[in-house]
Design a binder for this molecule. Structure first.
Ligand SMILES: *Cc1c(COP(=O)(O)O)cnc(C)c1O
Length: 374
C-alpha cells in the first residue's frame, strides 16, 4: 500500500454494538430448520429458559418475544391497571414507562442519583401515594440500583417491585443477580444487549403461582391442561424456538462475553483517567455487566459536536436516553435536574465483545481529540 492509498483508504467503522455469534448459533438454528421446529414450540425454548435460570439464580424464567412485552406482562400479572400509580425513573429507556401507560396505570416519575444514575430511593419515598402499586428500578448500563433500601421501602409500604434488567444480564449486588430481588425481573435480548436472540426477552419470578400466571398470560391465557380453553385474558408474547436456539448458544458463552466486556470497560476507564470524564460510580457490592460503557462529558462541552467529530473519524457513539418526563405524551412541566443533566451530557462508547484493545485505544484517541477540537 502506498502512502496515498493509505490516506484515501476508507476508515473501518467501529459501531456502538455488534453481536458475537461465533458459537453454536448457526448449528442450533440449522437444527430448528432441519427439524421444522421454527415456531414457539420446540426443545430450545426449555433449554434456554433452564440455562437462564442457572445463570441468574432465578427460580422461574419464561421467555417472551421482547423486553418491552416482558415489562407489560409483568405489570399485567401484578394486576396493575387504571387508577394505579407506578413509580419509575424518568431517566430510562422509554419502554419501562410506555408499558405502564399501556396497562391504563399512571407512570409517576422520580429522580435518579448523580453517582450511579439510577433510581433515587429517597425520591421514591416522597412520591408514594395511596394509589401507588409498584416501583420499577431500572438497572441502567449494567449498574445495580440500591436494592436493599428499595426492597425495605417496598415491604414497609406493601408495594410490588418489577426490576427492569434489560441492560444488566450478568450484573450482581453482593453476588445476587439482578431480577431476583423484586417480584418480577424482566430482560431483553435485542441485538445490542449482552445476550441477543435478535428480538427477545425473559421474565423471572420466585413465587410459583405468579410464575405460572406469567406463563399462561404470555400464551393467550390458555389453560395449561386443556388446549383452546382460555382461563383469563392473555397475549401472544411467546418467543420462537429459533430465537431460543440463538439464545442458548449465546448463554453458553455468557461468562466469556461478560469477561471481555468488563475488560473493555476497565480499559476505557484506565485510558481516560486524565480526562475529567464522569463514569457511573458503582455502589459497594455491585459488579456491573458493563453493558454499554457510558460517561458524562465535562460541563460546557458540546455533546453533539463531539459525537459528530468522532463519527467522521469512524467511531460511532450514541447519546444516553432522554428523560421520559420531557417526551410529548408525558410532559407535565416537571423538572428533574440530576436526570436532565445526565441526559444532556452522557454518551455511550463502542462496547461489544469483539473490540480489540487497540480499537478501544482508537476510540479514546478520537474522543480526546474531539473534545480538544471544541
Ligand atoms: C432494551 C431495553 C428495553 C426493551 O427491550 P426490547 O427487547 O428492545 O423491547 C427495556 N428497558 C430497557 C432499560 C432497555 O434498555
Amino acid at each position: 500500500m502506498t502512502k496515498t492509498d493509505k490516506l484515501t483508504a476508507p476508515l473501518s467503522v467501529l459501531p456502538v454494538y455488534q453481536p458475537d455469534l461465533s458459537g453454536n448459533e448457526k448449528k442450533y438454528v440449522n437444527e430448528c430448520l432441519e427439524t421444522s421446529w421454527i415456531s414457539s414450540l420446540g426443545g430450545f425454548i426449555d433449554r434456554f429458559e433452564r440455562a437462564f435460570e442457572r445463570e441468574t439464580g432465578a427460580k422461574h424464567a419464561h421467555s417472551v418475544s421482547n423486553g418491552t412485552v416482558a415489562l407489560h406482562l409483568a405489570y399485567h400479572c401484578l394486576d396493575i391497571g387504571p387508577g394505579d400509580e407506578v413509580i419509575v425513573p424518568t431517566f430510562t429507556y422509554i419502554s419501562s414507562v410506555n408499558t405502564i401507560a399501556q396497562t391504563g396505570a399512571t407512570p409517576i416519575f422520580v429522580e435518579c442519583r448523580s453517582d450511579d444514575w439510577l433510581i433515587d430511593v429517597e425520591d421514591v419515598a416522597r412520591k408514594i401515594t395511596p394509589r401507588t402499586k409498584a416501583i420499577v428500578p431500572v438497572h441502567l448500563y449494567g449498574a445495580v440500583c440500591d436494592m436493599d433500601a428499595l426492597m425495605a421501602l417496598a415491604h414497609e409500604r406493601n408495594l410490588k417491585v418489577v426490576e427492569d434488567c434489560a441492560e444488566a444480564l450478568g450484573s450482581t449486588l453482593n453476588g445476587q443477580h439482578v431480577g431476583t430481588f423484586g417480584d418480577i425481573g424482566t430482560f431483553s435480548f435485542f441485538g445490542n444487549k449482552t445476550v441477543t436472540t435478535g428480538e427477545g426477552g425473559m421474565v423471572t419470578a420466585h413465587d410459583p403461582a405468579l410464575a405460572a400466571r406469567l406463563k399462561i398470560v404470555k400464551g393467550q391465557g390458555q389453560s395449561p391442561t386443556r388446549r383452546y380453553w382460555h382461563i383469563e385474558l392473555g397475549y401472544n408474547y411467546r418467543m420462537t424456538n429459533i430465537c431460543a436456539a440463538i439464545g442458548l448458544a449465546q448463554i453458553e458463552r455468557l461468562d466469556a462475553i461478560l469477561a471481555r466486556k468488563r475488560a473493555i470497560g476497565a480499559l476505557y476507564r484506565e485510558l481516560t483517567a486524565d480526562m475529567s470524564l464522569e463514569f457511573q460510580t458503582l455502589r459497594p457490592g455491585v459488579t456491573s455487566s458493563d453493558w454499554l460503557v457510558s460517561l458524562l462529558l465535562p460541563h460546557g462541552v458540546d455533546r453533539d459536536a463531539v459525537m459528530a467529530r468522532m463519527s467522521s473519524a469512524g467511531v460511532e457513539t450514541r447519546p444516553v436516553f432522554f428523560c421520559a418526563h420531557q417526551m410529548p405524551m408525558y410532559a407535565k412541566n416537571e423538572h428533574f435536574p440530576v436526570s436532565e443533566d445526565i441526559a444532556a451530557r452522557g454518551i455511550s462508547l463502542p462496547s461489544y465483545p469483539g473490540l480489540s484493545d487497540s480499537d478501544v485505544a482508537r476510540v479514546v484517541d478520537e474522543l480526546r481529540s474531539a473534545i480538544a477540537g471544541q
